[in-house]
Design a protein around this ligand. Structure first.
Ligand SMILES: *Cc1c(COP(=O)(O)O)cnc(C)c1O
Length: 385
C-alpha cells in the first residue's frame, strides 16, 4: 500500500511538473534582482527616466565597446532601429533581401516606401545565396539587406564585393547576431550599418530594445535625430523623425545583462553541443552547418526534418507539443507567402527558402534549459519516426 502510494505520488508529481513547466523555444534571462535594484536606485536618484538619460548613455558606450563598432545608437526596439537606419542611409527604389526572416526585415523596407526583391537562400546555413544576388540587380536597386539568420553570419566578403562592383549600400539585419565576430572582427563592422535586437527572446535582452550601428558620424547623427522627432535644438526641428528612444528602465536591464552575456553564450553553447551529440547521426535530420573563424552566439538551434526521417516537421511539432514542449517553425510561413505580401510576390521564385521553411523547426534553447530536458526532447523527436 505504502509503496503504491509513494509511487503514485511520484508519478503525479512528475506529471504535475510537466504540466506546470512547459518548455518554450526560449526564455528570457533575468539578472539577480539586487543587480537591477541597484540601477533602480540610480533612476530614483537622478529622477531621469528617458530621453538619453545617464543609464542609456552608459549602456550605449558599453555596447559600442562590446560590439567593437565606431558608432552605436540605442532604440526602444530592434524593428524601429531598422526602419530608421534604412531612412538615414537614404535607400531608394529596390532593396534585395531574403524571404527567410522575421516579418520585421521586410516590413521595415516596405514601410519606408521601398520595394523588397527576394533573393533565395543557401541550403547550408539559410543565409542569402550570394551567387543569386547579381541577377536581381536593376537600375532601381539601391542596397542589399541580408540577415544573419539564426546567428549564421552571411557571406560578408562576397556581399562586399558585389556591393562595391554595383555601388550598392549594404545594411545587415543582425538581430540574431549579438556579440558575434567574423575573422576576429565584430559582426557589426560589416556593411554600411547593422541593427541588433534586444527583445526578450534574443540572446541579450533589454525587455524591448535594439541598436543601430554605423561607421560614419553623419549617419549616426541622423539616426540620433530621427529617433527623437528630428529635434536638434531647443527651438530647432531639422527632420521628420518619430519617437524610438530607449528608456532608463530598459537601459538598466541592459547594463545588468551585459555583465552576464558571455556566461549566457557559454551556457547556450553547451546546450547546442548536447543537442548535436544526440542528433548528429539521425538519418533525415540535418543540422545547421557552421563555418570556420566565427565566434558564434548560439542564438537558435534549427533542425531540418527531411524525407529520410520518416516523419515530417509538423508531426514532430505535434508530438513535442503533446508533451508541453513548444519548438517554433521559424521561419514559416515564408515572408513572401504571408497574407500581407502573397499577392505581390511569388514564393516559387525562392524554392530553396520555400523548402527550408516547410521543413525546419527550431528547438528550445536557452541557458537555463537542463541537459535532462535536452535529452528528453531528442528522445521524443527520434521516437516520432
Ligand atoms: C527580432 C527581430 C527583429 C526585430 O526586433 P524587435 O526588437 O523585436 O523589434 C528584426 N529582425 C529579425 C530577424 C528579428 O528576429
Amino acid at each position: 500500500m505504502h509503496c503504491t502510494g509513494k509511487w503514485k505520488e511520484a508519478f503525479l508529481e512528475e506529471g504535475m511538473d510537466k504540466m506546470n513547466n512547459p518548455i518554450y523555444v526560449t526564455r528570457p534571462f533575468l539578472p539577480p534582482r539586487e543587480e537591477y535594484d541597484h540601477y533602480l536606485d540610480q533612476i530614483w536618484q537622478s529622477g531621469v527616466i528617458t530621453n538619453a538619460g545617464p543609464l542609456h548613455n552608459q549602456l550605449e558606450e558599453q555596447l559600442r565597446k562590446y560590439l567593437n563598432v565606431p558608432y552605436a545608437m540605442l532604440f526602444t526596439n530592434g524593428h524601429l532601429s531598422l526602419e530608421f537606419l534604412i531612412q538615414a542611409a537614404g535607400l531608394t527604389g529596390e532593396v534585395i533581401t531574403t524571404p527567410f526572416t522575421f516579418a520585421s526585415t521586410v516590413h521595415a523596407i516596405v514601410r519606408n516606401g521601398l520595394t523588397p526583391v527576394f533573393c533565395d537562400i543557401s541550403e547550408d546555413d539559410y543565409t542569402m545565396d550570394t551567387s543569386k544576388i547579381e541577377e536581381l540587380i536593376t537600375d532601381k536597386t539601391s542596397a542589399i539587406l541580408p540577415v544573419h539568420v539564426y546567428g549564421n553570419p552571411c557571406d560578408v566578403e562576397s556581399i562586399r564585393k558585389i556591393a562595391r562592383k554595383h555601388s550598392l549600400k549594404v545594411i545587415y539585419d543582425a538581430a540574431h547576431a549579438f556579440g558575434e565576430e567574423v575573422n576576429g572582427i565584430g559582426i557589426g563592422n560589416y556593411g554600411d550599418g547593422s541593427i541588433f535586437s534586444f527583445h526578450a527572446t534574443k540572446v541579450f535582452q533589454t525587455i524591448e530594445g535594439g541598436a543601430a550601428v554605423v561607421k560614419d558620424m553623419e549617419t549616426g547623427y541622423k539616426l540620433y535625430q530621427l529617433k527623437n522627432f528630428g529635434i536638434t535644438g531647443e527651438t530647432t526641428i531639422s527632420s521628420i523623425g518619430a519617437n524610438a528612444k530607449m528608456n532608463e528602465f530598459q537601459a538598466a536591464m541592459g547594463l545588468c545583462n551585459l555583465k552576464h552575456v558571455e556566461e549566457l553564450i557559454t551556457g547556450r553553447r553547451n546546450i547546442v553541443q548536447r543537442y548535436e551529440e544526440n542528433l548528429k547521426d539521425v538519418a533525415g535530420i540535418r543540422l545547421n552547418r557552421r563555418k570556420e573563424n566565427i565566434k558564434y552566439n548560439y542564438a537558435y538551434f534549427p533542425v531540418l526534418v527531411e524525407e529520410g526521417f520518416g516523419a515530417d516537421r509538423d508531426k514532430v511539432c505535434e508530438v513535442l507539443n503533446k508533451e508541453q514542449i513548444y519548438p517554433r517553425k521559424y521561419f514559416y510561413p515564408l515572408i513572401n507567402h504571408c497574407r500581407c505580401y502573397r499577392e505581390r510576390f511569388d514564393p516559387g521564385l525562392t524554392p530553396v527558402a520555400e523548402y527550408i521553411s516547410d521543413n525546419i523547426i527550431t528547438l528550445p534553447l536557452y541557458p537555463q534549459l537542463s541537459m535532462e530536458d535536452v535529452d528528453r526532447i531528442c528522445e521524443l523527436l527520434k521516437a516520432c519516426r
